[in-house]
Write a protein that binds this ligand. Sequence first.
Ligand code: NAD
Length: 296
Amino acid sequence: TQPTVAFLGLGHMGGPMAANLVKAGYRVTGYDPVPAALEQAARDGLAVADSAVVAVADADVVITMLPNGRLVLDLYDEILPAVKGDTLFVDSSTIDVADARAAHDKALQAGHRAVDAPVSGGVAGATAGTLAFMVGGSEADFSSAHPLLDVMGRKVVHCGASGVGQAAKICNNMILGVSMIAISEAFVLGEKLGLSNQALFDVASNASGQCWALTSNCPVPGPVPTTPANHDYQPGFAAALMDKDLGLAANAVRANGVDAELGLRAAELYHRFNTDGGGALDFSAIVTDIRTRSSQ
Ligand code: NAD
């Protein structure tokens, strides 16, 4: 028989993810403190509860999709006394590796099972059921979570022990943030030197500068017509989320004594771009900031 699911956090990502579980035939009870999120969940066929404690009472699996690690840890403290024995906790929020490990330990110490399972793919992927899941936890707990993750995603990778799913997420996004800045700096330098964006694209996309930030999310309009650069930098992947993820990467870099100068600098630059008002734009819009600063 299919497990009964409690889904806590029905925002931009959690809402459509939970709806896909319902479509696949799972019984899902949802909770979110925002009334509009609960109303949408009811329209999507979830049973809705008026507290997290009520939502988890009957659950075999508890999935959380929350903004940050503090909220996840506080919510675990709130619901752990209310869940059944041997409940599987799946946290899909993007949070600090240290918080993910603390959440995992809380669940295990109370006699339950847990995986961290952050995602990439954004709201479009959540809606289409095509997210990529990066999972940390034991082989047995990964296997238990796998069928549910398969419903919400297209690619599910077991990355290692507890917290290692979060590690994969922030390491990937550190590569992405650094490479987007590098590509953007090169375009602006090229502009100053009389090299057209198209010519640089034609060379670099077929040479050793080739990378996803260039060929799939090209930060200047023209060379790749589908990218946010061609649509006033509407996201896509918002710069505010890149700021958040690079902040988590920077925390882990510092906590582990890694000499990651570019990762830390990328975190600073995206933080500045976000707080200066660029947060709602696609993260490739950082090229406009580099261009503006370069002509000063
Ligand atoms: P969101 O703010 O839209 O949704 C979070 C929801 O959690 C909100 O509706 C909020 O009311 C709810 N919430 C807060 N406290 C709660 C509690 N105690 N119990 C139940 N619900 C609670 O955020 P989102 O865009 O859905 O992102 C969720 C997570 O997914 C974040 O960690 C984010 O970094 C990550 N993520 C987001 C994207 C994206 O494109 N939006 C992509 C990948 C990963």
